[in-house]
Every structure is written in structure tokens, then in C-alpha cells.
Design a protein around this ligand. Structure first.
Ligand SMILES: [Mn+2]
Length: 394
């Protein structure tokens, strides 16, 4: 009943709310003069509430406040399967981690056992992971890919968050062995969407997979815990560069919803603190950057640090703060692979540029990798891709 009332009230436009308030006022005033009218009004209101309840429950797809098709698919699939495995992309980031935590909250609310598959490289999300690891509610929730691969069978549902590309998933074996796989992603559709996924929801109008997940949560009136809300907010903050890009009304209302659920924005911001070593690498990359063409700036992170790719992403972000820079492309090399981070303020489509060299992402944030290449070759290929892109758009 509480849910129904909340549904009714949330669904109302301001004019509807004013109408209800006027009705209540009318009943109060008239009952002062004609007490019998209140009995009549109460009976009518009861009938109306009963009718609304029947209608809402009869129209199954209308039960959800937003994204009804996606929400319905996620909820019904979770209800249908015995075990649920949640998985993000390799080298988990705040967005993939937060989205998994958000879906875990739905599984818990529906009384289902769910596990989050964690990869070997969790450096980027270590601080939030540590907060979850000491939380009693998360005892036994995190599993390694190897553990999941052993246990998973046709009775299991896999929900893949924040990627839809086969080579980027933490473990493809779990998708092959699972009874069903659902993909929830916000990146532009790639050429290789994951094989064997029954339902693929690619919603590029969401800033982040965390915004998408939080929308599902609020749509089915399930609130995440304060820690889960913090993880979801952190994911949104990373993918919107602290609400600097892709941040429309829905992003802010979703952030407000997460704060209502207990997310602390200051604590979330603290999670992004870097190390001195990585900041030095980033600073060097910013300093040695060179403008290429049309506000597209290039740089390289020179280091053997095992998490140099994080400094690379941060350098690409920071270069956008410089006047005249429209987009940034930063490279780094680690154990034979060149990693590329592309960022843009929205006027240049870095996804289109990096797609030409086999990468992906979206307009403002994209990445690519070159296996068995050196920086010089990668640099040449990237500049060729930029040239091609610029002739296409001009
Ligand atoms: Mn993301």
C-alpha cells in the first residue's frame, strides 16, 4: 500500500498534486458544514484507491517508474534463477564495481543469493572494495573468476555490467556456462557484442552504468544500502568527471536519490585519491604534451609502474582543463601493450577516432590497446586515425 501511494504520488505532475491537495481541503471544509459528506468522500476515496491498486497491478509493465522493459527483464530474471553472478569488465573501475553492487542490492531485496566476480587487477577500485570487504553483509559475496567458473551452471543468471564486448569481460567462460546472460551497458554499440547474451540493453543516454543501475533500483522501489549508494555515486562521479560532462537533469536527480539512500559525496570523492607515484607520472605527461591538430593534444606516460594506465587516464582528463584543448589522447606502454586513453569535451568524438584502431567507448571517453606495438608505431596509427576523422567531419 505504501508503495502504491508512493507510486501514485511520484507519478503525479505538480498540477495533479495541487488537485489532490484542493480535494483534501474541499473535503475538510465541506465536512465542517455537512458532516455526512465526509463519510461519502471516505467511501469514494477507498473505492478509488482500490481501483488504482488493481489497475497498477494488472498492468505489469506499468509497475515500474522508469525504463519499464529493462527493469522488468532484470527483476523477472533474478526472480527466475537460483543463483546470480554479477560481472563487470577487466580492470574493474568505479562504474563497473558500483553497478554490480547496485544489482546485488536488488538480488538481496528479492531474497536471492548473488555473487560479484572480481578480477585479478582491482587496483583502481581497491578503496571501495576494501569498504565492502569488511562489511558483514558482503561475507562470501565476492568470488574470483576461477571460483565462479567452477560453480556456474544452467541454474545461474549472469548480469554483465558496464561492457558488452567479449574480449573485455572478466570471464567469458561464466557466460558460456550460465543459463542466461543479461548485458547492462552505456557504451556505444561495438562491433563485437558478447556472444551468448539473451538480453542486451545498451543505453547510451545514461552517463554511466551506475546511473542506469540506480534508475532500475528506484524504478522498482528498492533502496540500496548507504555503502552501495556510495559506490553507485562514485561510479557516476567518475564517468561524468565529477558532474562536468554528460550531466543532465536525470544525472542530478539520480545523484540526489543516491544521497537520500545514504551516499556521502565527500566520502565518494575521497575514493579517487591518487598516489604520489602516479601523480608524478601524470604531471610529466601533462608537461610533455604536444598539440596535434584542431585542439587535439597528444601525450605519453613514460613509466614502468604497473598501474601506469591509471595515470594515463588521469592525464587525459586533466589535459581537457587546458584552454584550447578539445580532446586529449594519452598513451602508455606496459608489458608489451600500448594503452590509449582518449577524452574530449564533447565537440570531438574520441570514440570515432579510437574505433579506427580497434578501440571503443563513447564520444567523451574512449580507450584502445595495441598489442605488440611500440609507442612510436601507436602514435603514427593514432595520428592517422585523427587525420581520417577530421577529413570525415570537415
Ligand atoms: Mn562506465
Amino acid at each position: 500500500m505504501k508503495c502504491t501511494l508512493k507510486y501514485l504520488f511520484d507519478g503525479l505532475k505538480p498540477v495533479g498534486r495541487i488537485f489532490i491537495l484542493l480535494m483534501v481541503l474541499f473535503i475538510i471544509v465541506s465536512s465542517l458544514f455537512m458532516p455526512s459528506i465526509i463519510i461519502f468522500a471516505l467511501i469514494s476515496a477507498l473505492f478509488a484507491a482500490f481501483a488504482a491498486f488493481i489497475i497498477i497491478n494488472a498492468m505489469d509493465s506499468k509497475k515500474y517508474l522508469a525504463e519499464p522493459e529493462m527493469t522488468k527483464e532484470v527483476i523477472n530474471s533474478i526472480k527466475h534463477f537460483k543463483y546470480i553472478y554479477l560481472m563487470g569488465h577487466k580492470r574493474a573501475d568505479f562504474d563497473s564495481f558500483g553497478a554490480c553492487a547496485g544489482i546485488h542490492a536488488i538480488c538481496r531485496a528479492l531474497g536471492k543469493e548473488s555473487h560479484i566476480i572480481m578480477g585479478t587487477d582491482i587496483f583502481a577500485v581497491k578503496d571501495i572494495y576494501d569498504k565492502f570487504a569488511v562489511n558483514k553483509e558482503y561475507d562470501g559475496v565476492f568470488v574470483t573468476a576461477a571460483q565462479a567458473e567452477k560453480k556456474i551452471d544452467s541454474q545461474c543468471l549472469v548480469i554483465l555490467c558496464d561492457t558488452h564486448v567479449t574480449r573485455l569481460v572478466e570471464s567469458y567462460k561464466v557466460i558460456e556456462k550460465a543459463g542466461k546472460t543479461i548485458v547492462l551497458d552505456h557504451h556505444k554499440e561495438s562491433e563485437q557484442p558478447v556472444d551468448g547474451a539473451e538480453k542486451i540493453f545498451i543505453k547510451t543516454y545514461f552517463s554511466s552504468c551506475c546511473e542506469l543501475t540506480a534508475t532500475i533500483l528506484s524504478s522498482c522501489l528498492i533502496n540500496p544500502s548507504a555503502l552501495e549508494a556510495e559506490a553507485l555515486l562514485a561510479g557516476m562521479m567518475v564517468d561524468t568527471r565529477n558532474f562536468g560532462i554528460n550531466s543532465g537533469e536525470h544525472v542530478f536527480s539520480t545523484a540526489a536519490y543516491l544521497c537520500r539512500c545514504g551516499a556521502d559525496s565527500v566520502a565518494a570523492r575521497m575514493l579517487f585519491k591518487s598516489t604520489m607515484a602516479l601523480e608524478r607520472i601524470k604531471a610529466n605527461a601533462v608537461e610533455s604534451s604536444k598539440m596535434y591538430k584542431k585542439g587535439i593534444i597528444f601525450s605519453v606516460c613514460e613509466s614502468n609502474h604497473k598501474n601506469v594506465y591509471l595515470a594515463c587516464a588521469r592525464a587525459a582528463d586533466e589535459l581537457l582543463d587546458i584552454k584550447g584543448v578539445e580532446a586529449s589522447i594519452v598513451m602508455c606502454r606496459y608489458s608489451g601493450t600500448v594503452y590509449v586513453s582518449g577524452r574530449s569535451n564533447g565537440r570531438i568524438d574520441v570514440e570515432s577516432i579510437l574505433k579506427k584502431v580497434g578501440g571503443g567507448g563513447h564520444i567523451t571517453m574512449a580507450g584502445a590497446q595495441f598489442e605488440n606495438h611500440d609507442i612510436q608505431t601507436a602514435d603514427k596509427l593514432l595520428k592517422k586515425a585523427v587525420d581520417e576523422y577530421l577529413t570525415e567531419v570537415n
